[in-house]
Design a protein. Sequence first.
Length: 492
Amino acid sequence: MQDLSPTGFRKNCGKINEWYDARKPIHSNFNFIDRFFDSEHTVRRIFSLARKLDLCSFLVESIDSHNERIQEDDNLLRQCNCDFTNSQVWRVSFFASEKDHRPALDDFLGYAVIRKEFFKNRRHNLFIYESILKPYRHELHNNFIHCKRTYKVAYPFGIFDITGVLYAQQNGLSFVCAHVALRSVLSLLLPEGDISYAEINQLAEITQYPVPGLRTHEITQILAKKNIISKEESPASLEKTKKISFYSSLYGNIESGCPSLLAFNTTNSSHVVPVIGHTFNEDTWVSDARKFYFGLNEYYSSEGWLSTYIIHDDNFGPYLCIPRNFIEKGNFLHLWGLNQCKDALCFEKTELVALEILNSFIDLNPMLYISWYDRLVHFVKNKQIVLRSIFIRREQYIQFLQNYWLEEYILDRFKKLPEFFWMVEISCPELFSATRAKFGEILLSCNEVDINFAGTAKPLAFRLPGVVYFEGDTLPKRTCIETYTHLHSDTT
C-alpha cells in the first residue's frame, strides 16, 4: 500500500510538552501512566508494545483545541445531551533513540493520540483516539499481517514513516466499537487513509445520539457508499450454503491481504473487531491428523497451519491473537470480507478447481524427467499436496516472478493476464511449513461462475517445475525454473 502524506493528527500539529527518557530503570511506564493517563490498561498495552520495540524515549505533545478533528468530535458529543464541556488531546510518539537527539528515520516506532473528555456531572473519559505502531512480531515470528499500510507522520525535526494498522477506541457516546473497527479497516483501503466518525454517522444516516450502535445493514451500507466491495457471511448464509463455519471465508480473505470485520454476540450485547492477519504454527498436528486419522481431505489446505487470527480490540488493545475457533458458531453474528474485485470465486472453490486441473495435467504427464516435477507427481499421487489460495493483483504476481530467471517471452505472456485473479500455490507439508516454498501455482479467473467439475475446468495459466501453460495453448511450454520457488508474501 502506498505511503500517505501527513494528515489529521499525523500532521505537525502539537506543542511539545516534554521528551522523556524511557530507558529502564530510569523510567517506569506504570508510574507515568498512573500519573498522567488514569492507569488506563489500553495505554499500558501501547507503551508495552513500544517497549518490546526497544523504546528508548517518547515525546508528549499537546494538540491545540482548534484542531479541526477535535472540534468535529466535540460537536458530535454536544449532540449527545451528556453535559460535555471540553476535551484535551495529546500525541505520544515513541522512538528507539535517546531523548533530545534527532532520531534517525528507522528510530520511529509509532505514535498514540490520547483523548480526554470532560463532563459536568460525570467522571471524565480517557481513551486511545488513534494509534499506529510497528507490529512487534513479523514473519520470522510466524506472524503475518498482509494488509498493513505505510503512513507519514510529521514533527518539527522531520517526517517519519510508520507501517502498521490503525487502532482506535470508542467513547461509547458518539461512536462505538463498530465505528472504530470500521475506521481501522477503512484506513487501510481508502485513498485518504482515514475516515472521521462524523462521516461514518452521516453515511449510516444516524440521527439518534448517544449512538445506540451500528446494525449489520448499516455497516454494509457504509462500505457500499465508500465503494468498498464486501463479501459477507451470516448464520443465514452458512445455513443456506451448508457451510460448517465462517472461518474458511475469513482465512481466504486475510491470506489475500484484505482486512475483515467480525461481529459476534457476547453475554450481554454484541461486538465488532477488525481482523488484520494471522499466525502460523509450523509444527501443528492438526493437518496430518485430520487427513490420516480421520480421512477428511483429498489434500492439505494451508489453513490447517493457521494458529490464531490477529485482531484489534478496542477494549483491550492492538495486535492481539484470537484462537482460530474461539468464536463459536452460536456466537457468530456477521463477517465482512473486504475485497478488491467483484465476482470473486469463494476460497474453497478455488482449491477444488485447482486440484482438478492439477490431477488432470499429472494424469497426462506422469513423468518429465525433471526432478522437482517428478517429485510433485509423487506427492499428488499420494494425496499429500498443500494448496494455498490467494486473491492477487497481476502486478504482485509479476513482481514475484521477477525474482527468478524466467524467460522474457513467458513473462510477457503473464503480463497480459487480467488485473485480478486467484493464485493457488502448490506445495507439500515439509516444503510448505519448513522451507516456506512451493512447486508452483495455478492461476484462476476471479469471474468464473459456472465451473464444470467433469475434468474440463480451465485455468488462466499454471506454472510447475520446468513447465508453464497458458489458456488457449495446445501444449505446455518448457521453462528454465525447474526447482521450487518461495511462497508469495506481502514482502515479495
